[in-house]
Design a protein around this ligand. Structure first.
Ligand code: ZN
Length: 137
């Protein structure tokens, strides 16, 4: 016999993870999706420019850099080997193509991963994101 879960124990998720993650990857506010999350290249704003959501509780720390290194390394290293085996380019060509490729991919991914991590923290109410505005001293 299955027992229905009392409705009082089911909490409505007002911060769905998937929506927040998609907005974070676009460097948008995880709450409204309209305002910008970052100012400049990588600095997280104190609050959303559209809805005013407070971002000061974020603790992205080294997470975005870690994820970027993980992805760029695991993507570019096998690609470099495959390109070398298939085309035998000169060392200078290989260095130029993959040097520029790695830098470009890193610069493109870093702010997106920062948005992703801040969005996950916001969605799961980690650190100070769980408190209301009144609790933020
Ligand atoms: Zn917003």
């Amino acid at each position: 016999m299955s027992h229905p879960i009392p409705s009082s124990s089911i909490q409505d998720d007002d911060r769905p993870m998937k929506r927040a993650v998609l907005r974070g990857l676009l460097c948008r506010c995880p709450n409204c999706g309209k305002g910008k999350l970052l100012q400049g290249y990588l600095t997280v704003r104190d609050s959303c420019s559209a809805c005013g959501e407070d971002f000061t509780a974020q603790r992205a720390d080294d997470g975005p850099a870690y994820l970027t290194i993980l992805l760029v390394g695991h993507l570019m290293a096998p690609l470099m080997l495959a390109a070398f085996v298939a085309y035998r380019p000169s060392a200078m060509t290989l260095m130029l193509v993959f040097g520029i490729g790695c830098v470009a991919l890193t610069l493109a991914l870093l702010p997106r991963f920062k948005g992703l991590i801040v969005a996950i923290q916001w969605s799961r109410r980690m650190h100070g994101f769980g408190h209301g505005e009144a609790d933020v001293a």
